[in-house]
Design a protein around this ligand. Structure first.
Ligand code: TRP
Length: 323
């Protein structure tokens, strides 16, 4: 059984992009792997120091999202990054064996630095902090999006350096596992669904909101009358249907019909609405049964378990470093 570690920054409620991109995969992992999920609250501060204000409520929302999607706390260990001080101790030791230039060479860091226009030290050091999160619990596999692969490779370079420097095998290499899940576009057609871009359908959105959001999607600006032939390529509704339609055969027919004309935008939107609601309805129902306190209890239980593991690991690490 392999150990898998993954997680999210609690910057707000999760959306359909998270669901198809990572949660579905976690639901599979939880059955036959040891799965850790980090709620990376400290990392939130890297990009926006002020966001610290909402972190506590976001943590509860994210936990509700996880549990309502079916992640099972008897199988998954959820933990809160800021509560495990050993992670920051390990991070501090790691900073001494990393050069600034090696961080600046990570393409993801370069790109994010430009995007956020931010380069505080917490941000520049986040690959080091993430390496500590990953190796502390004996992780074998980190499921990642393509942009995070270099960050996981950086983790491997770092632990090889550590092991070499102290002539030990303290940490093992990790494998970045690319998600086979599709990337979901935003409701505005932007390549990425993101809450901060305001183009997301949240897992907690009710039917009325889903309807409104689906209705707002672009289709084909040349498709003026129902009888006009319509384009599939670049049509946001079809991008979503590709992911949420459960019958390839029916979807193929829909596309053919739309392309030759005679299928209205409101019809394809109603179908999409239905498909999305089929996914979201059980999640909404489960969510209604979850209390804030229960979410915090689940997180505290996992965090305590992780604290113990981290405390044992750090005893080994300290004895290797300080003799
Ligand atoms: N960087 C991740 C995110 O932005 C969160 C995270 C922190 C993480 N530490 C991690 C993910 C370790 C995987 C492994 O969502």
């Amino acid at each position: 059984m392999k150990t898998i570690l993954t997680g999210d920054r609690p910057t707000g409620a999760l959306h359909l992009g998270h669901y198809v991109g990572s949660i579905i995969q976690r639901l599979k992992y939880q059955n036959d792997h040891k799965l850790y999920v980090i709620v990376a609250d400290t990392q939130v501060l890297n990009n926006d120091t002020a966001k610290g204000k909402n972190v506590n409520s976001n943590i509860v929302e994210v936990m509700k999202d996880y549990i309502s999607c079916g992640l099972d706390p008897t199988k998954v260990t959820f933990f809160q990054q800021s509560k495990i001080l050993e992670l920051f101790e390990l991070y501090t030791y790691f900073t001494n064996i990393v050069s600034l230039s090696s961080i600046l060479r990570i393409p993801t860091i370069k790109a994010e630095k430009e995007m956020y226009g931010s380069s505080n030290m917490g941000f520049l050091n986040y690959p080091i902090s993430q390496a500590a999160d990953i190796v502390m619990f004996g992780t074998d596999i980190v499921p990642v999006g393509i942009d995070q692969v270099p960050v996981v490779e950086f983790t491997n370079d770092l632990i090889q350096k550590f092991n070499h420097l102290y002539s030990v095998i303290m940490f093992k290499n990790v494998v970045p596992e690319l998600s086979s899940c599709p990337k979901l576009v935003g409701i505005d057609g932007n390549t990425k669904m993101s809450k901060s871009l305001g183009n997301a359908i949240l897992l907690s959105d009710n039917e009325t909101i889903v309807k409104k959001k689906v209705r707002s999607m672009y289709t084909d600006s040349g498709h003026l009358r129902i009888s006009d032939p319509g384009k599939i390529e670049g049509n946001v509704v079809f991008s979503f249907l590709d992911i949420f339609h459960d019958s390839t055969e029916e979807l193929k027919e829909l596309k053919e019909h739309y392309s030759r004309g005679g299928l209205g935008d409101s019809t394809i939107k109603s179908i999409l609405e239905q498909k999305i609601n089929n996914v979201l309805e059980p999640i909404r129902c489960k969510r209604n049964t979850l209390s804030n306190d229960d979410m915090l209890d689940i997180l505290a239980t996992g965090t305590n378990k992780c604290k113990q593991i981290a405390s044992d690991k750090m005893q080994e690490v300290r004895s290797v470093i300080f003799g």
